[in-house]
Ligand binder design. Structure first.
Ligand code: HEC
Ligand code: HEC
Length: 397
């Protein structure tokens, strides 16, 4: 079962050892503790320990990480790394005070909940929490016309000076309520499209379908190459082909341009971009990629917990008032929504299919498991070979 076996029971004693008010007190009063030391998360979950926790305890720890206001002692900040995860364009200008925070190119926050907090952690955010998406490809945006280094602070990839109008896309903070269902839906649809692709022999074409949604036509040429020019609704990243290598064709349900496969991938991106907290599964075990003196800022067990916290947030519902006039207006709106074509894209219901468990075939029902079998490299993927080698090996791996 590898890293998917999260639902096993664990001894209560361990749970108490990890989440105890008493032990927290003991830590803060320990004489070996430096005076003035300030960590949001003094004790991390070691790799492998996630298997020993109940799902409830893992979610509670994920919530704790989601609201944690990380400090530089936790590893917040990234002196030598951009918000994309790449090294700075100009390593001679590290992102240390007063360049350690930048609202436009990030790091911009202390916690995930600094933005995602309406009406509670995991939700949307105020206007003040907008993200200036793509600003993070700059080291530190200054718009300073004395700076000619591409992607340092003023000049884009093509060598042009950027402005407030074209350096980034301003986006509202959206909520993650129901996002575990969205990811599960995308996994099931990806599995359908993958099976259709695999059933398209050279010299044939077929329409890609899943759950009543068409993704256009995929052609397998007689010479073995693939033609995706008539495919629709899939991210360009999922249509990449190379000679006989077929398109993936992975649905990427998250973020603005539908480029992100899983909550986990977005979480690892966001941790680095917004907070400068680098997950070991992306930046390497024991590696201090951002040059802040701290390695393994988040273990893979931590990343599983913070991901599962988001994946298990409840689905938003519709509250219909009892006032008959309002009630009938809502009903009329629902009819109009379909009549004028909104529902062709905003499909009212896309139920999950029983016995479709990508990554865990043969299981009855459907099971959301971590990590996604479709995660790209740089994110944890199922199977022991991809798990940090330092991890205590679970009996089930
Ligand atoms: C500065 C505000 C801000 C912070 C801090 C922030 N986010 Fe976000 N988040 C956003 C915005 C804005 C979007 C929408 C992005 C887009 O449209 O591309 C978003 C999108 C997301 C999504 C995608 C949801 C979807 O349905 O597409 C996830 C998941 C997410 N954030 C998780 C996190 C996590 C985990 C953290 C902490 C590591 C975090 N965010 C920190 C503002 C923020
Ligand atoms: C051709 C497909 C399509 C049609 C038709 C369509 N939408 Fe959308 N709609 C989208 C997409 C895609 C987004 C997300 C856009 C983004 O994040 O930039 C969206 C976003 C929205 C949002 C914002 C949701 C949010 O969480 O911020 C609302 C509200 C909305 N649409 C309402 C409507 C209504 C009302 C109609 C009919 C008049 C409609 N849409 C028709 C594709 C469509």
């Amino acid at each position: 079962m590898g890293t998917t076996a999260l639902l096993r029971a664990r001894p209560l004693a361990l749970l108490l050892a990890l989440f105890p008010p008493v032990a927290t007190l003991a830590w803060s009063q320990s004489p070996s503790n430096k005076i003035g030391s300030e960590k949001a998360v003094p004790g991390h979950l070691a790799d492998g320990e996630e298997y020993d926790l109940s799902l409830q305890a893992l979610i509670a720890y994920g919530h704790k990480l989601f609201v944690a206001r990380f400090t530089s002692e936790d590893g917040a900040g990234r002196p030598l790394t951009k918000g994309t995860g790449a090294p700075l364009s100009d390593p001679s200008g590290p992102l240390v005070f007063p360049r350690n925070f930048n609202r436009l190119s990030d790091p911009d926050s202390n916690s995930c909940a600094g933005c995602h907090d309406l009406p509670r952690p995991g939700g949307g955010g105020d206007m003040a929490s907008h993200v200036f998406v793509l600003g993070q490809r700059f080291d530190f945006l200054t718009f300073d016309h004395d700076d000619a280094i591409p992607l340092r602070g003023a000049v884009d990839e093509s060598g042009k000076f950027v402005t407030m109008a074209n350096a980034f896309d301003v986006r509202k903070t959206i909520g993650m309520f129901g996002s575990g269902f969205i990811e599960m839906l995308a996994r099931q649809m990806t599995a359908d499209l993958g099976a259709e692709r695999d059933g398209t022999p050279p010299g044939t074409s077929r329409t890609l379908w899943s759950k009543g949604v068409s993704f256009g036509i995929l052609s397998h040429n007689a010479d073995g190459s693939w033609d995706t020019s008539r495919a629709q609704g899939l991210s360009a990243l999922s249509l990449v082909t190379d000679g006989a290598a077929p398109p993936s064709p992975i649905l990427r349900p998250f973020a603005q341009a539908s480029n992100v496969v899983s909550l986990r991938q977005l979480t690892v991106n966001a941790l680095n971009q917004h907070l400068g907290m680098q997950a070991e599964e992306r930046f390497g075990l024991g590696v201090d990629a951002d040059g802040d003196g701290i390695a393994n800022e988040l273990t893979s067990a931590d990343t599983t917990a913070i991901t599962i916290f988001q994946a298990t947030l409840p689905v938003p519902g519709q509250v219909i008032p009892s006032d008959p006039a309002v009630r009938s207006a809502i009903l009329r709106g629902q009819q109009l929504f379909s009549q004028i074509g909104c529902a062709t894209c905003h499909i009212p219901a896309l139920p999950l299919t029983a016995s479709s468990n990508p990554g865990m075939p043969g299981r009855p029902g459907w099971i959301y498991s971590e990590p996604s079998p479709y995660n790209p490299a740089g994110n944890l993927r199922p199977g022991p070979e991809d798990y940090p080698y330092a991890a205590r090996r679970s009996a089930s791996i």
